[in-house]
Design a protein around this ligand. Structure first.
Ligand code: AHG
Ligand code: MN
Ligand code: MN
Length: 342
């Protein structure tokens, strides 16, 4: 039976993942199952986010996450939804979340297919919830390559560079809800159609436009940046360089939303180390590495200034790193400035 063109145009996340899976000869259904599961979890989170104002679940719940930060109730809820989604499928060997100090292992499951580790930030930008600002979920999927699927997952199993990720992506809960992911074959975006409850392909093979239209940083931290970072920001903001003449400051304070906008319009997001405390802010496993994979697949780049984010071998689950992410040309320019001042 031939399908009508209107049906063919109606590509959903489900059908697209299945299609991509067929392109790989050796891939069995387990990896696709992991991605689909994230899709389902994100739909549940989105429904909670949309109801947040109605059911009085906003506000601080009194607990503090392992990063020592305020945790709003939606963080907890999103975390539980992701955990519940992963705990029931045997292809997931373990997971680590921004909201919990330790990882969770799903061992002793009679399963002989490929298994994966999932890392996620269940709700990014959650401090913006009360103001109805876009927030998101970020995820990364890593192949669990122990010899047998029944061996125990250890913390070190998560310590693989971003370059080895099997998939990465995010879901943004904004004016619409979008699921954006890569498996190393381009970046694809799906918009949730609320009427049918499906993610529908809306942005195939996203490439970051080669223009620095948006500059996103918390500029009140300027005095806490090193010289190279200050010169970088000053060049984008004030120089006569043609490349930066159309640049505008755009900072939401919600990484997913800032990154997503820059991916579509072109630009740079950065969160450098605070030189007064010597502390970077964003987390390598749950935020920086997955977005770096997306950026690179879209023709962009992410760097600490001295190292490509995708080359960093983690040594802690909650490791934080400085990051400059966006257009390749501009990230390379930042690296040159860092070299100049070192
Ligand atoms: P999270 O809500 O997961 O803790 O992440 C917050 C992060 C990120 O979303 C955002 O880009 C950054 O913190 C904002 O930090 P500032 O408020 O210091 O600018
Ligand atoms: Mn976050
Ligand atoms: Mn978070």
């Amino acid at each position: 039976m031939t399908r009508s063109s209107s049906f063919r145009d109606f590509e959903t996340l489900e059908s697209y993942i299945t299609k991509q899976q067929k392109l790989h000869v050796n891939v069995r259904g387990t990896f696709s199952q992991v991605l689909r599961r994230i899709g389902v979890a994100s739909k549940i989170i989105e429904s909670k986010v949309r109801k947040a104002g109605l059911v009085d679940i906003l506000g601080v719940n009194g607990s503090v996450n392992v990063q020592g930060e305020h945790q709003v109730k939606l963080d907890d809820m999103a975390n539980s939804i992701m955990k519940a989604a992963f705990s029931v499928i045997p292809s997931i060997a373990g997971m680590a979340t921004e909201e919990e100090e330790d990882f969770t292992a799903f061992d002793n499951i009679e399963f002989d297919g490929s298994r994966y580790l999932v890392m996620f930030d269940p709700l990014d930008g959650s401090s913006n919830v009360d103001a109805n600002v876009s927030i998101g979920t970020i995820f990364a999927v890593l192949k669990y390559d122990k010899a047998t699927s029944k061996s125990s997952v250890t913390k070190e199993d998560f310590f693989k560079p971003g370059r080895t990720l099997s998939a990465a992506g995010y879901v943004i809960y904004g004016s619409s809800t979008m699921f954006v992911y890569t498996t190393g074959q381009g970046v694809h975006g799906f918009t949730l159609d609320p009427e049918i409850g499906e993610f529908v392909l809306s942005h195939e093979n996203i490439k970051i436009p080669d223009q620095c239209k948006c500059f996103s940083a918390n500029e009140t931290n300027y005095n806490k940046w090193d010289q190279a970072t200050k010169e970088f920001a000053d060049t984008i903001r004030y120089s006569d360089d043609k490349r930066y003449q159309k640049a505008s400051s755009r900072y939401i304070g919600s990484l997913v939303a800032d990154f997503h906008r820059n991916l579509l319009y072109g630009g740079i997001y950065m969160y450098p180390t605070d030189v007064t405390t010597n502390k970077p802010k964003l987390r390598l496993l749950y935020e920086c590495a997955p977005l770096a994979m997306i950026a690179e697949q879209a023709g962009g780049m992410a760097s600490t200034g001295t190292q490509n984010i995708l080359d960093i071998v983690p040594n802690q689950l909650h490791q934080r790193v400085p990051i400059v992410i966006g257009n390749k040309k501009d990230v390379e320019f930042y690296e040159e400035l860092v070299k100049k001042y070192s």
